[in-house]
Design a protein around this ligand. Structure first.
Ligand SMILES: *[C@@H]1O[C@H](CO)[C@@H](O)[C@H](O)[C@H]1NC(C)=O
Ligand SMILES: *[C@@H]1O[C@H](CO)[C@@H](O)[C@H](O)[C@H]1NC(C)=O
Length: 197
């Protein structure tokens, strides 16, 4: 009697086990192909992350016949604000190897800056560096940050990139090289550190 009860228990346990296993198999085989799947980095040809340091000069030319940064919008009160609060400028500023505007161009800084502080001169920067030289030609980095233009060094996050800079993240440090207070034209030195594949 005891023997047959233990056989029964073993049998039931085994049956339940098989039943749950079959449920598992059924669940796996009928799983719909969803919108997301997990990939190994190698699938995209990505091997090891590295850090690249970029160094260039940014030329923000707001005066003269061929400005590279132009005001596109302002509030009625912007000209009464010491910080030009509400000003929106679109730029396509050259990036060069040395502070000389005629030195080799490595890319452009294309995007928008906007005066976004009531109390100090702090810009919201939303832009892409579009590189045009050497192996980085065609690759871009995207910057989204706060630029307190009168600080010695301003730091802005690199939030992404394309081409050789896919999966990029990092930071850009800006340091004013020269500024013409009459025209507003400025040359800014950039050191950009990016982690990418
Ligand atoms: C600000 O600009 C408006 C026109 O947009 C002008 O009427 C006004 O005089 C300006 N104010 C100052 C202080 O420049
Ligand atoms: C960058 O790439 C573009 C498009 O592929 C090409 O036309 C241009 O000559 C390249 N520039 C340099 C400096 O390699």
């Amino acid at each position: 009697m005891a023997k047959s009860i233990s056989s029964l228990i073993i049998f039931l346990t085994f049956s339940l086990f098989s039943y749950f296993c079959s449920l598992g198999v059924a669940a796996a085989s009928s799983k719909p192909r969803g919108f997301a799947r997990t990939l190994l980095p190698e699938t995209l040809g990505l091997k090891r992350e590295k850090i690249t340091h970029l160094h260039f000069y940014f030329h923000d030319i707001v005066s003269g016949r061929n400005p590279t940064a132009i005001k596109v919008a302002a509030a009625a009160s912007t000209n009464r604000s010491l910080t030009e609060f509400g000003l929106v400028v679109v730029m396509d500023d050259p990036l060069t190897e040395t502070p000389e505007p005629t030195s080799r161009q490595v890319g452009r800084a294309q995007g928008i800056y906007s005066s976004a502080s009531l109390d100090d001169l702090s810009l919201l920067m939303v832009l892409n560096y579009a590189f045009t030289h050497g192996k980085y030609n065609g690759s871009t980095l995207s910057i989204l940050g706060r630029n307190t233009v009168f600080s010695e060094v301003r730091e802005m996050p690199v939030v992404g990139g394309t081409g050789l800079f896919r999966f990029a993240r990092g930071y850009a440090q800006a340091k004013t090289h020269t500024i013409d207070l009459n025209t507003g034209d400025a040359v800014v030195e950039y050191n950009v550190f990016v982690v990418h594949y």
